[in-house]
Design a protein around this ligand. Structure first.
Ligand code: A3P
Length: 346
């Protein structure tokens, strides 16, 4: 009798053990390695975003997204939000541009970090007079809920090229951190053109060829009146920003590098923002169909950027392309000199 009971117990233990092992194998197979699950492991390091040095409570980090979603979906009351210590905070870092540099990808990738909360929409507070006149309280209301130890980041690429913006941001927070993501200037100009072209085509409108817009037909020189050309003269805008902020408050992100190998760029941003290194290779995977890196939030949730990111560019006449590259060359040299970051641009 005793022998039968022992055998029964052994069988049960064996089934239970197999179940545990099976689940473990499933997770490992799905995630590649156990390291991949590191985001749900305890976080020991201290976090010191912009001067604060508080420890991030583990449970708040883990619940970050779930709680946000739950509270938003349930249309929660102020009381509930206060109970969960959720507040709205002005951004401590802003992605100021540049348009078509990869601003969306940068923001989304940074939001993989448990201490970063992103404003999903472009707020256009500092570049739009009507919004700016609504005051900083309006701006604050546009920010997402966050825990006090988290930092809020927003992106509005028009900030970089709008004259009034640096002074306005300075008035709000003179020690704010500024992220600028740039791409090889000619490619950026083509990307800019492609976006406008797609908009025209959607409205069944015709549009000039890129070559017709970038070259002044009277002088046969590069047409600096064309906005897509002007925006790629990064040094011109950066010099204006430097009248308000020292260069140390800027971090330049290589947008071309963010496309091909995002992790090293993200690590540099984490350092710049004084955040502990949390974004890992397991948060990013290359999606061959999309042709870009996509985001892996945890072993269940992943997402790629919308189809409006990564459009196919039209072919550009080679001699026009080279002319543009020659035109941007001296401005690029100056940009490297000012920022201390050199790119392999022609
Ligand atoms: P293209 O559409 O020219 O390829 P922005 O968000 O500032 O408008 O920049 C858009 C650019 O982000 C896209 O330009 C694309 O190349 C780039 N990008 C960088 N990383 C990306 C990613 N992971 N997924 C999609 N696009 C990405």
């Amino acid at each position: 009798m005793l022998f039968l009971q022992q055998q029964w117990l052994r069988q049960r233990l064996f089934v239970l053990g197999s179940l545990v092992l099976g689940s473990l194998f499933f997770l490992v197979a799905r995630e590649g390695t156990l390291d991949r699950l590191q985001l749900i492991c305890p976080i020991k390091d201290k976090l010191s975003p912009a001067g604060s040095s508080g420890q991030i409570p583990l449970h708040t980090l883990q619940r970050k997204q779930a709680l946000h979603l739950k509270l938003h979906r349930r249309n929660s009351t102020r009381e509930q939000l206060r109970m969960h210590h959720l507040i709205k905070q002005l951004p401590r870092a802003i992605i100021i541009g540049v348009r078509k540099g990869g601003t969306r990808a940068l923001l989304e990738m940074l939001s993989l970090h448990p201490a970063v909360v992103k404003a999903s929409q472009e707020v256009h507070f500092f570049d739009n007079d009507e919004n700016y006149d609504r005051g900083v309280d309006w701006y604050l209301k546009k920010m997402p809920f966050s825990f006090p130890h988290q930092i809020t980041i927003e992106k509005s690429p028009a900030y970089f090229i709008t004259d009034e913006v640096p002074e306005r941001i300075f008035k709000m927070n003179s020690s704010i951190k500024l992220l600028l993501i740039v791409r090889e200037p000619t490619t950026r100009a083509v990307s800019d053109y492609t976006q406008v072209l797609e908009g025209k085509e959607r409205k069944n409108k015709t549009y000039n060829k890129f070559e017709e817009l970038v070259i002044d037909t009277k002088t046969c020189e590069v047409n600096t009146k064309y906005k897509a050309v002007r925006t790629s003269i990064y040094t011109k805008y950066l010099e204006h920003w430097l009248k308000f902020f020292p260069i140390e408050q800027f971090h330049i992100v290589d947008g071309d590098h963010l496309i091909t190998d995002p992790l090293p760029e993200l690590k540099l941003v984490e350092q710049f923002l004084n955040l502990p290194s949390r974004i890992s290779q397991y948060n990013l995977y290359f999606n061959a169909t999309r042709g870009f890196f996509c985001l892996h939030f945890n072993f269940m949730f992943s997402k790629c950027l919308a189809g409006s990111k990564g459009r196919i560019h039209p072919d550009v006449n080679l001699s026009i392309k080279e002319k543009l590259q020659r035109f941007f060359h001296p401005f690029n040299q100056k940009f490297y000199q000012i920022t201390g970051r050199t790119f392999n641009w022609p």
